[in-house]
Design a protein around this ligand. Structure first.
Ligand code: BES
Ligand code: MN
Ligand code: MN
Length: 462
């Protein structure tokens, strides 16, 4: 495979413009007010896949948002790569913290992106990274170098749990048959430290509701004599971690995979600067489970975090009130061998059991998924390693990520194939946060590296 560099250099402006157009559509899957835009984005992706050289592209209806499926099959005897990505994005709020509107992309230089970065919701997660694959396909078809078969499956519900994708995969095993799955929806350590993601955490996401009195009460007339749902909820939540920051839910750690000392030592070799890490997010110290390093805490260890908490009076001024109800959204990041359904049950049972008299508790599960690890001796991993060596001039470091793409474990179960996670984002790209951005250098480097993966994977499959 010839280097895509000259082609990229020649088409760079168009590659950027096309991505910018895609980023202008607010495909927020969580908010039904944006339904039209989500559907419009699916159409736009379809059009671009056709232009890039797919022989057929369909918008596949599901009980939820559609899946864009495209393929270019050149020879049955050659391997097939299935590319997965998502065209939906996270809600942009809090809006007032964006320096430029989330759906009006602008290019700005930053310390880590001296060549400029595109600021927009979805630029890195995942429209920008997904679109690298569309442009890589364009390069290979335009220059007559596509070495194998390719299938694209781009969904619109990743940010809300990929429910319809599970439905779709179960019904289309044959259509989706492949030799390897390729995803760019993760990150890498640094532009000069390429890495391949070898693990993702699982997830259990629940919402809890604590109810006290049947109406909001005067906090003077009743205060002290009835359980205050907000006081109770915060106390219950606080009790979910002990003084060493271990999670206190009985049985929570039972199935956790313990890494050997050799594996942990190997992990510790990855470059990491604690001071820079703290500075980048404006904290004066890291915090977490006793006995583990920062990199271990956010990758190989399970966690429990409150993502949102509300109740009572939060308007201007002061109102004296004891709320009838208090709520919280809680996520648990899980590691290999922990079953998310079992964890959800353990959480529910425990949370109900620690509720004091005077309140009632409801736990509502949202969504979840299993963790994933992939070996570094698979054909796919080796091909990816070669591809990075070619375009970065360095061997990439295998790295477990703390994030979740729950559908990856399901792919392995249903389609029996390994997933290779070639991420080009940086942790500092602010995915899910205000001012999300994606480096232009990273975007183009991805487009350059992906065709090399196709090449080496095909070669090594012979
Ligand atoms: N692309 C992310 C996951 C990710 C990001 C993994 C960076 C590793 C590194 C994905 O879109 C995402 O946000 N996943 C959600 C889970 C989903 C079920 C809502 C997450 O991790 O919170
Ligand atoms: Mn994503
Ligand atoms: Mn995301």
């Amino acid at each position: 495979m010839k280097s895509a560099k000259p082609y990229i250099e020649k088409n760079k402006e168009r590659f950027l413009d096309e991505l910018i157009e895609l980023l202008k559509i607010p495909s927020i899957s969580a908010d039904s007010a944006y339904k039209k835009d989500v559907l419009k984005t699916a159409e736009a992706v379809k059009k671009q896949l056709e232009k890039a050289g797919c022989d057929s592209v369909e918008i596949c209806e599901t009980p939820g948002y559609p899946i864009v499926y495209g393929e270019k099959l050149i020879d049955k005897k050659l391997p097939t790569i299935l590319v997965y990505g998502h065209y939906d994005v996270q809600p942009p709020d809090p809006m007032d913290l964006w320096e430029s509107p989330p759906f009006e992309p602008v290019i700005k230089k930053t310390e880590l992106h001296p060549e400029g970065a595109i600021f927009a919701r979805g630029s890195c997660d995942d429209k920008g990274q997904m679109y690298m694959h569309v442009k890589a396909l364009e390069y290979m078809t335009e220059t007559d170098q596509l070495p194998c078969n390719v299938k694209f499956m781009i969904e619109g519900e990743e940010e809300v749990g990929s429910e319809s994708l599970g439905w779709f995969v179960e019904r289309n095993r044959e259509k989706l048959a492949n030799d390897v799955i390729l995803i760019s929806d993760t990150g890498m350590i640094a532009p000069d430290v390429p890495s391949i993601t070898t693990g993702l955490r699982g997830l259990s996401y629940v919402e809890v509701e604590v109810t006290g009195p049947n109406r909001d009460l005067h906090s003077g007339l009743y205060g002290g004599a009835v359980a205050n749902p907000i006081n109770v909820l915060t106390k219950m939540i606080a009790s979910l971690h002990d003084e060493n920051n271990h999670i206190t839910i009985p049985g929570f750690y039972d199935d956790v995979e313990n890494l050997s000392k050799t594996e942990r030592d190997k992990m510790a070799e990855a470059p990491f600067n604690l001071e820079k890490y703290e500075k980048a997010i404006g904290i004066n110290s890291v915090y977490g489970e006793k006995g583990y390093s920062t990199n271990e805490r956010n990758s190989i260890r399970p966690t429990l975090d409150v993502n949102g908490i509300w109740g009572g009076y939060i308007g201007e001024g002061a109102k004296t009130v004891i709320a009838s109800k208090a709520f919280a959204k809680i996520s648990m990041r899980l590691v290999p061998n922990q079953d998310w359904k079992k964890i959800t049950e353990l959480f529910t049972k425990h949370f109900e059991s620690i509720a004091p008299k005077g309140v009632s508790v409801k736990v509502k599960p949202h969504h979840g998924g299993q963790a994933y690890v992939t070996p570094i001796d698979s054909l796919g991993y080796k091909a990816a390693e070669k591809a990075y060596e070619e375009t970065f001039g360095k061997t990439p470091i295998p790295q477990r990520s703390g994030g979740s793409i729950p559908i990856v474990a399901l792919f392995e179960k249903e389609l029996k194939s390994k997933t290779i996670l070639m991420g080009f984002g940086l942790d500092s790209d602010a995915i899910h946060s205000p001012n999300e951005h994606f480096g232009i250098w990273n975007y183009l480097k991805g487009i350059e590296t992906i065709p090399q993966f196709y090449h080496y994977f095909t070669e090594m499959s012979k």
